[in-house]
Write a protein that binds this ligand. Sequence first.
Ligand SMILES: Nc1ncnc2c1ncn2[C@@H]1O[C@H](COP(=O)(O)OP(=O)(O)OP(=O)(O)O)[C@@H](O)[C@H]1O
Length: 295
Amino acid sequence: MRVTIHFIVNPISGKGKNELSPDLVSRYFPKSNYSTCIKKTEYAGHAIALTKTSIEEGAKIIVACGGDGTISEVASCLLNTSVVLGILPMGSGNGLASNLKIPKNKKKGLNIIKNQNITSIDTGSINGSPFFSNSGVGFDAHVISDYEENKARQLFSYVQSSFRTLKNYHYNNVVELTYDGTTEFISPFLLFVSNSNEMGYKMSLTPRASLQDGLLDLIIVPQLSYFKLLFFTILFLFKKHHWLKEVKFRQVKSLLIKSDDNTILKAQKDGESFILKGSRIEISIRPENLKVCIP
Ligand SMILES: Nc1ncnc2c1ncn2[C@@H]1O[C@H](COP(=O)(O)OP(=O)(O)OP(=O)(O)O)[C@@H](O)[C@H]1O
Protein backbone atom coordinates (compact mmCIF):
# COMPACT_ATOMS: atom_id res chain seq x y z
CA MET A 1 0.00 0.00 0.00
CA ARG A 2 1.26 3.48 -0.89
CA VAL A 3 1.98 5.84 2.02
CA THR A 4 0.20 9.18 1.69
CA ILE A 5 2.36 12.17 2.64
CA HIS A 6 1.18 15.78 2.40
CA PHE A 7 3.50 18.80 2.58
CA ILE A 8 2.14 22.15 3.77
CA VAL A 9 4.46 24.99 2.79
CA ASN A 10 4.30 28.46 4.36
CA PRO A 11 5.85 30.65 1.61
CA ILE A 12 6.37 33.67 3.88
CA SER A 13 8.05 32.05 6.91
CA GLY A 14 11.73 32.74 7.52
CA LYS A 15 13.27 34.86 4.80
CA GLY A 16 10.19 34.20 2.62
CA LYS A 17 9.86 32.80 -0.91
CA ASN A 18 9.93 29.21 0.45
CA GLU A 19 9.41 26.55 -2.13
CA LEU A 20 9.36 22.78 -2.23
CA SER A 21 9.82 21.41 -5.71
CA PRO A 22 7.62 18.47 -6.76
CA ASP A 23 10.69 16.97 -8.52
CA LEU A 24 12.69 16.91 -5.30
CA VAL A 25 9.78 15.36 -3.38
CA SER A 26 9.22 12.65 -6.00
CA ARG A 27 12.95 11.78 -5.93
CA TYR A 28 12.61 10.87 -2.24
CA PHE A 29 9.06 9.57 -2.44
CA PRO A 30 8.59 7.75 -5.81
CA LYS A 31 5.01 7.23 -7.04
CA SER A 32 5.47 3.45 -6.82
CA ASN A 33 5.44 3.57 -3.00
CA TYR A 34 4.08 6.98 -2.04
CA SER A 35 1.23 9.31 -2.82
CA THR A 36 2.36 12.90 -2.18
CA CYS A 37 0.79 16.35 -2.40
CA ILE A 38 2.28 19.82 -1.86
CA LYS A 39 -0.02 22.59 -0.61
CA LYS A 40 0.85 26.27 -0.06
CA THR A 41 -0.65 28.48 2.64
CA GLU A 42 -2.24 31.69 1.36
CA TYR A 43 -2.99 33.48 4.64
CA ALA A 44 -2.32 33.25 8.39
CA GLY A 45 -4.15 30.27 9.85
CA HIS A 46 -4.61 28.59 6.43
CA ALA A 47 -2.39 25.63 7.47
CA ILE A 48 -5.16 24.53 9.87
CA ALA A 49 -7.76 24.24 7.09
CA LEU A 50 -5.25 22.56 4.75
CA THR A 51 -4.25 20.03 7.43
CA LYS A 52 -7.87 19.15 8.20
CA THR A 53 -8.49 18.50 4.50
CA SER A 54 -5.30 16.42 4.26
CA ILE A 55 -6.51 14.22 7.14
CA GLU A 56 -9.82 13.70 5.31
CA GLU A 57 -7.83 12.84 2.18
CA GLY A 58 -6.09 10.04 4.10
CA ALA A 59 -2.62 11.52 4.72
CA LYS A 60 -0.58 9.39 7.12
CA ILE A 61 2.22 11.96 7.48
CA ILE A 62 1.64 15.71 7.23
CA VAL A 63 4.79 17.77 6.91
CA ALA A 64 4.85 21.34 8.21
CA CYS A 65 7.27 23.29 6.00
CA GLY A 66 7.84 26.55 7.87
CA GLY A 67 8.66 27.78 11.36
CA ASP A 68 7.15 27.29 14.80
CA GLY A 69 3.93 29.11 13.82
CA THR A 70 3.32 26.77 10.87
CA ILE A 71 4.20 23.68 12.94
CA SER A 72 1.77 24.88 15.60
CA GLU A 73 -1.09 25.22 13.10
CA VAL A 74 -0.47 21.80 11.49
CA ALA A 75 0.25 19.95 14.76
CA SER A 76 -2.85 21.35 16.50
CA CYS A 77 -4.93 19.18 14.13
CA LEU A 78 -2.92 16.00 14.81
CA LEU A 79 -3.19 15.70 18.60
CA ASN A 80 -4.33 12.26 19.83
CA THR A 81 -4.49 10.90 16.26
CA SER A 82 -2.35 8.34 14.44
CA VAL A 83 -1.37 10.95 11.81
CA VAL A 84 2.33 11.77 12.13
CA LEU A 85 3.85 15.28 12.03
CA GLY A 86 6.88 15.76 9.75
CA ILE A 87 8.92 18.97 9.87
CA LEU A 88 10.95 20.70 7.16
CA PRO A 89 12.33 23.78 8.98
CA MET A 90 11.89 26.91 6.84
CA GLY A 91 11.20 29.45 9.60
CA SER A 92 13.24 32.17 11.25
CA GLY A 93 13.82 30.76 14.74
CA ASN A 94 12.89 27.09 14.17
CA GLY A 95 12.90 26.37 17.92
CA LEU A 96 11.00 23.08 17.92
CA ALA A 97 12.89 21.66 14.91
CA SER A 98 16.16 22.53 16.58
CA ASN A 99 15.11 20.85 19.84
CA LEU A 100 14.22 17.73 17.80
CA LYS A 101 17.60 17.97 15.98
CA ILE A 102 15.94 18.30 12.57
CA PRO A 103 18.37 20.18 10.28
CA LYS A 104 17.42 23.03 7.94
CA ASN A 105 18.89 21.20 4.96
CA LYS A 106 15.90 20.11 2.82
CA LYS A 107 17.44 16.85 1.60
CA LYS A 108 18.38 15.76 5.11
CA GLY A 109 14.90 16.74 6.29
CA LEU A 110 13.25 14.68 3.54
CA ASN A 111 15.40 11.69 4.48
CA ILE A 112 14.23 11.95 8.10
CA ILE A 113 10.61 11.81 6.94
CA LYS A 114 11.39 8.89 4.63
CA ASN A 115 13.03 6.91 7.48
CA GLN A 116 9.82 7.22 9.54
CA ASN A 117 11.55 7.02 12.91
CA ILE A 118 8.50 8.07 14.92
CA THR A 119 8.30 9.19 18.54
CA SER A 120 5.57 10.72 20.70
CA ILE A 121 6.10 14.12 22.34
CA ASP A 122 4.30 16.12 25.03
CA THR A 123 2.35 19.23 24.11
CA GLY A 124 1.12 22.15 26.21
CA SER A 125 -2.32 23.66 26.57
CA ILE A 126 -3.15 27.30 27.42
CA ASN A 127 -6.83 27.89 28.17
CA GLY A 128 -7.61 24.84 26.02
CA SER A 129 -5.51 25.97 23.07
CA PRO A 130 -2.47 23.82 22.24
CA PHE A 131 1.15 24.95 22.11
CA PHE A 132 4.22 22.96 21.25
CA SER A 133 7.35 24.97 22.08
CA ASN A 134 6.45 27.60 24.63
CA SER A 135 3.91 30.04 25.87
CA GLY A 136 4.21 33.14 28.00
CA VAL A 137 2.54 36.15 29.49
CA GLY A 138 4.20 39.45 30.25
CA PHE A 139 7.29 40.84 28.60
CA ASP A 140 7.74 38.17 25.92
CA ALA A 141 4.11 38.47 24.77
CA HIS A 142 4.56 42.23 24.40
CA VAL A 143 7.81 41.72 22.44
CA ILE A 144 6.07 39.28 20.05
CA SER A 145 3.18 41.68 19.58
CA ASP A 146 5.65 44.47 18.65
CA TYR A 147 7.65 42.06 16.41
CA GLU A 148 4.53 41.10 14.47
CA GLU A 149 4.20 44.72 13.33
CA ASN A 150 7.65 44.40 11.73
CA LYS A 151 7.94 43.23 8.11
CA ALA A 152 11.26 41.42 8.50
CA ARG A 153 11.13 38.07 10.35
CA GLN A 154 14.67 37.90 11.65
CA LEU A 155 16.72 37.94 14.86
CA PHE A 156 17.54 41.66 14.55
CA SER A 157 13.82 42.53 14.50
CA TYR A 158 13.40 40.59 17.79
CA VAL A 159 16.28 42.56 19.33
CA GLN A 160 14.72 45.86 18.18
CA SER A 161 11.29 44.83 19.54
CA SER A 162 12.87 43.75 22.84
CA PHE A 163 14.53 47.14 23.38
CA ARG A 164 11.35 49.04 22.39
CA THR A 165 9.28 46.92 24.79
CA LEU A 166 11.85 47.24 27.58
CA LYS A 167 11.41 51.02 27.38
CA ASN A 168 7.59 50.99 27.42
CA TYR A 169 6.49 47.86 29.29
CA HIS A 170 5.41 48.25 32.95
CA TYR A 171 3.28 45.81 34.88
CA ASN A 172 2.96 46.59 38.57
CA ASN A 173 -0.14 44.59 39.50
CA VAL A 174 0.05 41.39 41.50
CA VAL A 175 -1.10 38.04 40.10
CA GLU A 176 -1.91 34.83 41.94
CA LEU A 177 0.14 31.93 40.67
CA THR A 178 -0.80 28.35 41.58
CA TYR A 179 1.23 25.37 40.44
CA ASP A 180 1.18 21.80 41.67
CA GLY A 181 -0.40 22.72 45.03
CA THR A 182 1.68 25.87 45.72
CA THR A 183 0.25 29.40 45.58
CA GLU A 184 2.29 32.59 45.44
CA PHE A 185 1.57 36.22 44.69
CA ILE A 186 3.96 38.06 42.39
CA SER A 187 4.24 41.09 40.18
CA PRO A 188 5.77 39.41 37.13
CA PHE A 189 8.02 40.91 34.52
CA LEU A 190 7.93 37.57 32.73
CA LEU A 191 6.14 34.25 33.17
CA PHE A 192 7.46 31.85 30.58
CA VAL A 193 6.33 28.23 30.23
CA SER A 194 8.26 25.91 27.98
CA ASN A 195 7.81 22.41 26.65
CA SER A 196 10.94 22.64 24.50
CA ASN A 197 14.52 23.53 25.43
CA GLU A 198 14.81 26.11 22.64
CA MET A 199 12.96 29.30 21.74
CA GLY A 200 14.60 29.57 18.33
CA TYR A 201 17.87 31.09 17.11
CA LYS A 202 19.58 28.63 19.54
CA MET A 203 18.37 30.79 22.47
CA SER A 204 16.88 29.23 25.58
CA LEU A 205 15.29 30.45 28.79
CA THR A 206 14.66 26.85 29.90
CA PRO A 207 17.65 24.69 28.89
CA ARG A 208 16.51 21.77 31.10
CA ALA A 209 13.12 21.41 29.38
CA SER A 210 12.38 18.11 27.64
CA LEU A 211 9.66 17.27 25.11
CA GLN A 212 9.16 13.88 26.72
CA ASP A 213 9.29 14.37 30.50
CA GLY A 214 5.58 15.03 31.10
CA LEU A 215 6.49 18.43 32.60
CA LEU A 216 6.49 22.09 31.66
CA ASP A 217 9.46 24.24 32.62
CA LEU A 218 8.35 27.49 34.19
CA ILE A 219 10.56 30.52 34.59
CA ILE A 220 9.35 33.36 36.80
CA VAL A 221 11.06 36.74 36.58
CA PRO A 222 9.66 39.38 38.95
CA GLN A 223 9.74 43.13 38.27
CA LEU A 224 13.40 44.18 38.45
CA SER A 225 15.21 47.48 38.41
CA TYR A 226 16.33 48.68 34.96
CA PHE A 227 19.94 47.82 35.81
CA LYS A 228 19.02 44.29 36.90
CA LEU A 229 16.91 43.75 33.77
CA LEU A 230 19.86 44.72 31.63
CA PHE A 231 22.02 42.32 33.64
CA PHE A 232 19.36 39.58 33.22
CA THR A 233 19.36 40.18 29.44
CA ILE A 234 23.14 39.94 29.21
CA LEU A 235 23.19 36.77 31.35
CA PHE A 236 20.40 35.30 29.17
CA LEU A 237 22.47 35.85 26.01
CA PHE A 238 25.20 33.73 27.63
CA LYS A 239 22.65 31.18 29.01
CA LYS A 240 23.60 32.15 32.56
CA HIS A 241 20.36 33.88 33.67
CA HIS A 242 20.01 31.30 36.49
CA TRP A 243 22.86 33.21 38.19
CA LEU A 244 20.37 35.96 39.11
CA LYS A 245 18.82 34.98 42.45
CA GLU A 246 15.46 36.64 41.66
CA VAL A 247 14.92 34.30 38.67
CA LYS A 248 13.01 31.16 39.69
CA PHE A 249 12.76 27.87 37.79
CA ARG A 250 10.03 25.29 38.39
CA GLN A 251 9.01 22.08 36.64
CA VAL A 252 5.23 21.73 36.78
CA LYS A 253 2.36 19.70 35.35
CA SER A 254 -0.07 22.60 35.50
CA LEU A 255 -0.20 26.28 36.29
CA LEU A 256 -3.03 28.68 37.07
CA ILE A 257 -2.56 32.45 36.77
CA LYS A 258 -5.28 34.71 38.15
CA SER A 259 -5.33 38.48 37.86
CA ASP A 260 -7.79 41.25 38.66
CA ASP A 261 -7.14 43.24 35.52
CA ASN A 262 -6.65 42.49 31.84
CA THR A 263 -3.15 43.86 31.26
CA ILE A 264 -1.49 40.52 31.89
CA LEU A 265 -3.75 38.76 29.44
CA LYS A 266 -1.64 39.55 26.43
CA ALA A 267 0.01 36.19 25.83
CA GLN A 268 2.09 34.45 23.22
CA LYS A 269 2.17 30.85 22.17
CA ASP A 270 4.82 29.42 19.88
CA GLY A 271 5.97 32.94 19.06
CA GLU A 272 2.57 34.21 17.89
CA SER A 273 0.42 36.76 19.75
CA PHE A 274 -2.53 35.28 21.56
CA ILE A 275 -5.26 37.32 23.27
CA LEU A 276 -6.84 35.54 26.23
CA LYS A 277 -10.36 36.21 27.39
CA GLY A 278 -11.12 36.50 31.13
CA SER A 279 -8.74 36.84 34.04
CA ARG A 280 -7.80 33.14 34.51
CA ILE A 281 -5.05 31.48 32.57
CA GLU A 282 -4.81 27.71 32.85
CA ILE A 283 -1.70 26.08 31.44
CA SER A 284 -1.04 22.34 31.53
CA ILE A 285 0.93 19.54 29.92
CA ARG A 286 -0.62 16.84 27.71
CA PRO A 287 1.84 13.95 27.83
CA GLU A 288 2.98 12.28 24.59
CA ASN A 289 -0.11 13.08 22.50
CA LEU A 290 1.65 14.02 19.25
CA LYS A 291 3.52 11.66 16.91
CA VAL A 292 6.50 13.16 15.09
CA CYS A 293 9.26 11.99 12.71
CA ILE A 294 12.71 12.50 14.21
CA PRO A 295 16.28 11.73 13.02
N1 LIG B 1 0.52 33.21 2.78
C1 LIG B 1 0.63 33.76 4.01
N2 LIG B 1 0.58 35.09 4.17
C2 LIG B 1 0.71 35.67 5.38
N3 LIG B 1 0.91 34.97 6.54
C3 LIG B 1 0.98 33.63 6.43
C4 LIG B 1 0.83 32.95 5.17
N4 LIG B 1 0.95 31.62 5.39
C5 LIG B 1 1.15 31.47 6.73
N5 LIG B 1 1.16 32.66 7.35
C6 LIG B 1 1.44 32.95 8.79
O1 LIG B 1 2.85 33.19 8.90
C7 LIG B 1 3.16 33.19 10.28
C8 LIG B 1 4.63 32.91 10.54
O2 LIG B 1 4.95 31.61 10.21
P1 LIG B 1 6.13 30.80 10.93
O3 LIG B 1 6.02 30.93 12.40
O4 LIG B 1 6.08 29.44 10.35
O5 LIG B 1 7.45 31.53 10.42
P2 LIG B 1 8.54 32.33 11.23
O6 LIG B 1 7.88 33.24 12.23
O7 LIG B 1 9.44 32.94 10.23
O8 LIG B 1 9.36 31.18 11.98
P3 LIG B 1 9.62 30.91 13.57
O9 LIG B 1 8.27 30.91 14.23
O10 LIG B 1 10.30 29.59 13.63
O11 LIG B 1 10.49 32.06 14.03
C9 LIG B 1 2.17 32.20 10.90
O12 LIG B 1 1.43 32.90 11.88
C10 LIG B 1 1.23 31.83 9.75
O13 LIG B 1 -0.12 31.77 10.15
